[in-house]
Design a protein around this ligand. Sequence first.
Ligand SMILES: *[C@@H]1O[C@H](CO)[C@@H](O)[C@H](O)[C@H]1NC(C)=O
Ligand SMILES: *[C@@H]1O[C@H](CO)[C@@H](O)[C@H](O)[C@H]1NC(C)=O
Ligand SMILES: *[C@@H]1O[C@H](CO)[C@@H](O)[C@H](O)[C@H]1NC(C)=O
Ligand SMILES: *[C@@H]1O[C@H](CO)[C@@H](O)[C@H](O)[C@H]1NC(C)=O
Ligand SMILES: *[C@@H]1O[C@H](CO)[C@@H](O)[C@H](O)[C@H]1NC(C)=O
Length: 396
Amino acid sequence: MALTRRRLKLVLTVTMINFFIFIIISRHGGQDKNGRHKIRIPSRPFWAKLAPSPAYWNLQQQILDLQNNPILGGNLSSVGAPDWFNETALTSDPCEPNFRVTTQVKDYKSLPQRFKDFLHHMHCRSYAIRVDQPDICLEQPFLLLAVKSLAPHFDRRQAIRQSWGRAGVIANQTVVTIFLLGNAASEDYFPDLSEMLRYESHQHKDVIQWDYRDSFFNLTVKEVLFLDWIQTRCSGARFIFKGDDDVFVNTHRILDFLKGLPERRAKDLFVGDVITNAGPHRDKKVKYFIPESLFLGMYPPYAGGGGYLFSGDVAARLYNASRQVALYPIDDVYTGMCLRKLGLTPEKNKEFRTFNIEEKYRRNPCAYRSLMLVHPRTPQEMIQIWEWLDAPDLNC
Ligand SMILES: *[C@@H]1O[C@H](CO)[C@@H](O)[C@H](O)[C@H]1NC(C)=O
Ligand SMILES: *[C@@H]1O[C@H](CO)[C@@H](O)[C@H](O)[C@H]1NC(C)=O
Ligand SMILES: *[C@@H]1O[C@H](CO)[C@@H](O)[C@H](O)[C@H]1NC(C)=O
Ligand SMILES: *[C@@H]1O[C@H](CO)[C@@H](O)[C@H](O)[C@H]1NC(C)=O
Ligand SMILES: *[C@@H]1O[C@H](CO)[C@@H](O)[C@H](O)[C@H]1NC(C)=O
């Protein structure tokens, strides 16, 4: 009884205080001394006028942001889009090579060829699928292992099939393995491997191939095509590992890790070897060099492309976000950009060793027991390490 009365008293007091505050505000606010309503108009706009970025990628992203801004409702002509919008926005077929970049990117002429190729096709995201496995996820996988490979890497794919990528039911969970390929193009002097690839995909039914030139700068194309593929062919996958074909993955360890995850964390899962506070390399000799005319700014946190693990739920959100992020020539950075768009931060996990382990432990079977990924490993090493881990007498 006493408690109820005390509560009632408290409620009454709070109500009284609120009432007084209301009276004070309504007497002082909104009216000047003459009692007339006065609207204050700021002398300058409080937002900055949107100015075009001098870097081509940033500019394309600004355009996408304008188009996708719900406040503008996709109707730019009615709100007075900035006048640079029309000059740079793409009007024709995004998959036709865009030669306007030759004048729009200021140092275009002096850029290495791979940048020119990238810029010409930067707006194209759809390529035909040549080899598909429409039924591979009929039995919904708990874990989908998606391996980025190149057509000539037959031995790496076979070693993965015989070791960490052995599909089937592992530890009572369905694991499905696929290999993601583009074209080993004749313009890159690859021998014609199409017959061998046809044989391989017929034999193993785990190859997905799209009709585009498989190059380093086109790995982002592979990423967006894969995100699209998941939604159409494998949207029921609980978790997805995506990585390179020169890594060792401890599938047992990954399954253990995933099975122990609380529901909430499982839903938003994105883990790997996360790199923070990085930015583009400006040294022309580095593989990851990016000129200032293409990109300005820092990179968001991203997981190194050697391999990372995420949930099917995040995959669906990434697919959506990717359509609002301009293609960037470095695929793992691109995925970081999409995550940032979603407001997700990739989680760093020390069991992902994309920069290898200490030399002295590399031949120690026990070193691999509690790791999820080690990079790099040759096909023979993959098979050997897998055998070590499988040995019943492994005593660590
Ligand atoms: C866009 O704005 C124009 C001009 O204000 C208007 O005529 C048109 O109906 C709008 N379109 C959409 C889809 O809202
Ligand atoms: C952009 O082009 C469209 C049609 O091509 C035109 O209606 C619109 O006024 C242009 N907008 C600007 C800002 O120039
Ligand atoms: C394997 O999974 C099935 C279905 O999810 C379950 O009923 C069974 O108990 C599991 N077996 C083991 C050994 O965990
Ligand atoms: C990406 O693929 C397209 C289609 O095959 C090709 O035209 C373009 O040159 C490729 N880009 C790079 C950077 O290799
Ligand atoms: C993706 O976008 C579509 C359409 O905007 C929306 O209906 C769907 O819920 C989104 N999916 C996710 C996972 O965010």
